[in-house]
Design a protein around this ligand. Structure first.
Ligand code: SIN
Length: 585
């Protein structure tokens, strides 16, 4: 007998089909923990889209895994092959081991999720994405399980341990754009900076942020942000974060970008710390649960959310406060180009869920937005695979050259300036050039090596040949840069001595072809310093808060590197505290 079960799951891009073919013709009556023989299908979300896998179970163990469809880059193939190979022989679900340095964390997690969905189906057990929720109540609903949402959840629970807090995430995995973030978290006057002998001040941080934002930033938001940044760093280290390495990013006068030891990417580390903290506090996170609207009361306050289950059915979650932490809209290219037509044709570095859903919800409740057309492009994206090459590579000493092998700008200028300079070069692209010394100084570069993004040469001439640019000119360019670095004066483009930490003279040499791409949406919901969402007349909408990239006004016309992750944790934490304190009043 052959049984076919078809389960349609309306979770985001994913459809999940489960097909069971019982080999021994016995009725399917799965026993807990035992994999039932047959052919099972599951899905998961990788870095660039959904995985669909087919898993064959024979004699209660996995004998074959086929990746039916996927959208990952070819560079993720090694990770995919290795996970598929390790699934064979399993008699239980796989464990997810997050490794922030392999460069394939999201790919690996998505693929393992897909395989596990198939294996849970083989056991006859429901998986998270299948769970169907009904109307419910809680104290605080947080929309979005990225860095801002989880910071808010943890801080709210710390402020009042009795609150029932539910975090809703429309994607199948938590993390949002935070999963992709690399650079670090800006803060001034931190104990870590002091320990490293870095002299900084909140005033200097404020001035850099305002100047980087071309003074379009809302001053009160910047003051509040700068003021709460150091305490947020201590809060994160108290939760177990390693922020011991402090680097330099474009537009910052001093080193203030806090990141894990060795310069490892901040995002996966931060998400692990915040996820652990939510688990310790028993905060419920519902993935594949998409908020479709806000529920408002007759007095104009917000009293909860309308949610779509993974199976497409809906329920209402009423609450005393709602915190919107849904991120930006950098993956919604229609919205981006309608606001900023000059960005037509640009690639995006955003995860697929960054679609700006929250802005639709504002129409009914009168929530205001600010500076929506302020959309940032990041100068150094590897656009074939949509991978951000962190500004920290330049901060640690790399230069940019064009197709003619010449430098063309101060590489440490702000992102808008460097992006514009690259777009003026031949083919609108450039090569990020560095040596083994820079590579050794920044662990994030190992990720790019694992992703096979680095071209390499034992000599400068070999590197030039490898990427197809003039060798003699590249040698002259690097020699000239090195001479200027040694005297601490860049006569050509004005890069300061601090911004030229090393000469590029330790072989091998490396290059990455880079192009500007859509990175961050700086405009968003209008908020005050208590993270309350405001109406056009400046009055707050009762019980509604927002934090992170969904808000606008902090960054002005141009966000500084390291201020994005700082924004989500500083303001996420403040939103959690504000909402929780309000409930006590
Ligand atoms: C980067 O690492 O260059 C991006 C970090 C940021 O946007 O703050």
């Amino acid at each position: 007998m052959k049984k076919i079960l078809l389960m349609a799951m309306a979770a985001l891009m994913a459809t999940f089909t489960l097909i069971s073919c019982s080999k021994d013709d016995s009725p399917m009556n799965p026993t807990e923990q035992v994999l039932n023989d047959g052919e099972w299908t599951g899905n998961g979300e990788g870095r660039s889209g959904s995985f669909i896998v087919k898993v064959i179970v024979e004699s209660h163990q996995v004998t074959k895994v086929t990746v039916v469809s996927q959208s990952e880059s070819i560079f993720a193939q090694d990770a995919i092959n290795s996970i598929v190979a390790s699934a064979v022989g399993k008699t239980d679900v796989m464990s997810v081991e997050v490794d922030g340095v392999t460069g394939a964390t999201l790919t690996s997690t998505g693929l393992i999720d897909a395989i596990n969905m198939a294996l849970y189906a083989a056991m006859g057990k429901p998986v998270d994405g299948e769970k169907t929720y009904k109307d419910d109540t809680c104290d605080i609903v947080i929309i979005g399980a990225g860095g801002a949402g989880l910071s808010a959840a943890v801080a709210a629970a710390e402020t009042d341990g009795n609150l029932k807090i539910i975090v809703l995430e429309k994607q199948g995995i938590i993390g949002g754009n935070t999963n992709n973030s690399t650079g670090g978290i800006n803060a001034a006057e931190t104990d870590i900076q002091k320990g490293l002998g870095i002299e900084d001040s909140k005033k200097l941080f404020y001035d850099d942020t305002m100047s980087g934002g071309k003074y379009e930033n809302i001053p009160a938001l910047v003051e509040n942000f700068v003021e709460h940044a150091p305490v947020t760093i201590s809060w994160l280290t108290g939760l177990g974060a390693d922020l011991s390495d402090v680097g330099l990013m474009g537009g910052s006068s001093v080193k203030r970008t806090h990141r894990p030891k060795g310069g490892t990417a901040i995002g996966p580390h931060l998400m692990k710390i915040l996820k652990d903290a939510t688990s310790n506090k028993n905060i419920e996170i519902r993935t594949s649960n998409k908020v479709t609207d806000l529920l408002s009361a007759v007095d104009g306050s917000v009293k909860g959310v309308k949610v779509q289950n993974a199976n497409g059915s809906s329920y209402n979650l009423t609450s005393k406060a709602v915190i919107i932490a849904t991120g930006g809209f950098g993956a919604n290219l229609d919205m981006v180009t309608s606001l900023q037509p000059s960005l037509r044709g640009f690639a995006t570095l955003n995860h697929p869920g960054a679609t700006g859903d929250a802005f639709d919800w504002m129409k009914a409740i009168g929530g205001a937005t600010v500076q929506m057309a302020n959309i940032q492009i990041h100068p150094t994206a590897e656009v074939t695979n949509h991978i951000l090459i962190t500004e920290a590579v330049r901060g640690n000493g790399a230069i940019l050259v064009n197709h003619e092998s010449n430098r063309f700008c101060n590489e440490m200028n702000t992102r808008d300036v460097v992006s514009a300079a690259i777009l003026d070069q031949t083919r609108g692209e450039a090569f990020l050039i560095f040596d083994q010394g820079v590579r050794k100084s920044l662990a994030a570069i190992e990720t790019y090596a694992n992703q096979h993004l680095l071209s390499e040469g034992a000599t400068v001439a070999e590197l030039a040949d490898a990427v197809g640019i003039p060798a003699e000119t590249l040698s002259e360019t690097i020699n000239r840069y090195n001479a200027q670095q040694k005297v601490g004066a860049d006569e050509d483009f004005g890069r300061s001595a601090t911004e030229m930490p090393v000469a590029l003279e330790t072989a091998p040499y490396y290059a990455v072809r880079v192009t500007p791409a859509i990175h961050h949406t700086m405009g968003g919901l209008s908020v005050n310093t208590d993270t309350q969402v405001l109406k056009a007349d400046g009055t707050p909408i009762p019980r509604l808060y927002a934090a992170g990239e969904v808000t606008g006004g902090l960054h002005g016309a141009n966000r500084l590197g390291g201020n994005g992750v700082a924004d989500i944790v500083v303001n996420g934490r403040l939103a959690g505290i504000a909402a929780s304190k309000k409930l006590k009043q």
